[in-house]
Every structure is written in C-alpha cells, then in structure tokens.
Write a protein that binds this ligand. Structure first.
Ligand code: PSU
Ligand code: MN
Length: 338
C-alpha cells in the first residue's frame, strides 16, 4: 500500500517534471523564434533545457588575442576542457548578423581565419553588428551580455579587460568592467591582463560592486604571472564552494562574480622577462599612437614578440585551465539548483 502510494507520488512527480521540461523547451523555442537573431546550437539548447552545466566562451581571444594557427587549437582545447569539467561549451560570436551560441567546428575555423577581418564586439556593438549583417568576435563584455540573455550562468576567459595604465589621461577603461555590473554570471579569469593598471582595476571592481574571489588563493593573479602583488579578501577552496557563494551573491546583487584562477606554477612567465616585455610593449604602442580597441591586441602581440612566443604559450595554458575550472563550476551549479 505504502509502496504503491510512493510509486504514484513518484510517477506524478515524473509527469510534472516532464511537463515542466517540455514547457521550458517550448518557451525556449518561442524565444528563439521571436528573437531569431540568436541561434542557439542544438547541443547547447538541450543542455540548457535539461539543466546541465553550460559555459560561455568568448571569441575575441580567438580572432584578436592569439596568433593563427594556434588560436584555433586553443579554441578547441577550451571546448574540450569545458567538457572534461562536466559541462557543455558554448563559444559565442556573431556570424552574418546572427548571434551564434555554440559555434560549430566550421564556424570556429571561420572565426580563427586571419584573412577574414572580423570585428571586435563589445556589448554596445552587438545590435549594430547584427543590423549590419556583419561577422564579429565577442569580448568578455559582449559574451557575458549574450550569455546572460540566453540563460548561461558561467563564462571563461584568459584575462579580463580593465583600467589601462594611462587611463587618467585617455579614459581607457574596458567596457568589460561596466558590463559586469548588470549581468549576474560567474566569470572565470586569471585576473586582469597584466598590461593594465591592476590596482586601479581592482578599485573599480570594488566601486562597481563586482564580487572577486580567488580560487585557492588570496593573491590576485597577474595573468601571465600567478601573483599581481595585490591581495583579495576572499577565496574558495572548491568548485562547490564557488557555486554556492555565487548563488548566495545572486540573492543580493545583480553584479557578476569573478573567480580568479592563477596560471599553474610551472606555466607562469619569468617575472624579469615579463617586466621587460611589458615595458617594451607599453613604449611601442605609445609611440605608434595606438588607440581604442586596438590597444589590448597590440600590447599582447608585442608581448609575444618580445618573449619569442612564450607569452602566447602561457596565455594558452591559463585560458584552457580557466575553461576546465568553469566547466566544473557550471556542473556544480547545475547540481546545486537541480
Ligand atoms: N583574455 C585573453 N586574451 C584576450 C582577451 C581576454 O587571454 O584577447 C580579450 C577579451 O575579449 C577581453 C578583451 O574582453 O580582450 C578586452 O579588450 P578591451 O581592453 O579593448 O576592452
Ligand atoms: Mn579600451
């Protein structure tokens, strides 16, 4: 008797949850139809509907941040790393004026092809690029914006944009920062790029109310280096702790939640070489009068030249590690809200 009641209860529950999943599917289909400028891949769509972990990956690092042909290799490595972490990767870009969430292998290749000049799309560029029917690769700001509107809670990148060293004169502060004030997602990054004014960037993140926690560290990472010299107030010791802290954060704030993950010990750049390369990169871009969205790619390129490619290898190692960690955090988050 008791057993049959339990069976009835559990089958009622199964029907209710099937209906719920079904209505989520319908909702998402309708949404896709209504906003047909956004194309979510079948795999990502199914994962979202089933409540599995999904990680958004940016594409500006592929099109503008890393040299070909290694950029495509890294893009694929990031996707595999997310899968190994237990989640589904969704690399995001704009192709022929459509926002694609979950690029196919062919689409990734197209984006990584250096002979195609794809635009660098921050959040403000999305609508204009779509209307123009353009191709574009999304920065952290662009990616987070699309991720949030698609229902993806976690993204991974190499290093966030931030306040540039001469910002007191140029006002050059990446739109990544302001975008993190109104998109409640987890962003896994190895801190901010070391070409920036890291202290000023941390102050801005504080002012803007963006949460920052170190992953097993209280030292804020310096992108190519494990330690930027700045400390962080909070750290988490596991992916479950990161997911739980984000869920609590989201109850009180609409801002993003940065998980700062330092590059592995054996992979960091030699500090002396780093400082030399930085000096040289800053001088060169200043002398050449490089401005706007070309600043970050130009600094990264000069860094690579000065370190004979070592910096690119470090960038690769750290972004793949961040994708793996993001995959594990997204899976934990999915379990926590199931
Ligand atoms: N992380 C990397 N390499 C990159 C970037 C991040 O390891 O190239 C990109 C991201 O897309 C980030 C952008 O949003 O650089 C910042 O550019 P800007 O400073 O112009 O906002
Ligand atoms: Mn800028």
């Amino acid at each position: 008797m008791a057993a049959s009641r339990a069976r009835a209860r559990s089958s009622a529950h199964a029907i209710a949850s099937a209906e719920f999943t079904y209505s989520l599917y319908t909702l998402r289909l309708l949404k896709n139809f209504r906003f047909s400028r956004v194309v979510v891949s079948d795999e990502v769509n199914t994962a979202l509907c089933e409540g599995r972990g999904v990680v958004a990956l940016e594409s500006s690092i592929i099109a503008h941040g890393l040299p070909a042909p290694m950029n495509l290799v890294v893009a694929n490595e990031c996707e595999s790393a997310v899968r190994e972490g237990g989640s589904i990767p969704a690399t995001i870009a704009v192709l022929d004026g459509k926002v694609v969430v979950g690029l196919s292998a062919g689409e990734l290749e197209r984006l990584a092809d250096p002979s195609r000049q794809v635009a660098k799309l921050s959040a403000r560029d999305l609508g204009v690029a779509i209307a123009a029917g353009a191709d574009g690769a999304t920065t952290v700001a662009g990616t987070v914006t699309v991720a949030k509107s698609t229902g993806i809670d976690v993204m991974a990148t190499g290093g966030l944009g931030g306040v540039h060293r001469d910002a007191n004169v140029t006002y050059d502060e990446s739109a990544d920062l302001i975008t993190l004030t109104h998109n409640s997602v987890i962003v896994v990054a190895s801190g901010v790029k070391s070409i920036l004014d890291i202290g000023a960037t941390l102050e801005r993140l504080d002012t803007l109310g963006v949460a920052v926690v170190g992953y097993r560290t209280r030292h804020f990472p310096g992108f190519y280096l494990r330690d930027s010299g700045f400390s962080i107030d909070w750290s988490v010791e596991s992916v479950d702790e990161a997911a739980a802290a984000f869920l609590r954060h989201r109850e009180f704030s609409i801002t993003s939640f940065i998980v700062a993950n330092p590059v592995a010990i054996h992979h960091e750049l030699d500090r002396h070489l780093h400082d030399e390369a930085l000096e040289s990169a800053l001088t060169k871009t200043h002398l050449e009068g490089i401005k706007g969205k070309d600043v970050s790619p130009a600094l990264l390129t000069e860094f690579a030249r000065h370190t004979a490619g070592l910096s690119v290898q470090v960038n690769r190692d750290l972004v793949v590690a961040n994708a793996a960690l993001a995959g594990a955090i997204a899976a934990s988050l999915a379990r926590a809200v199931a």
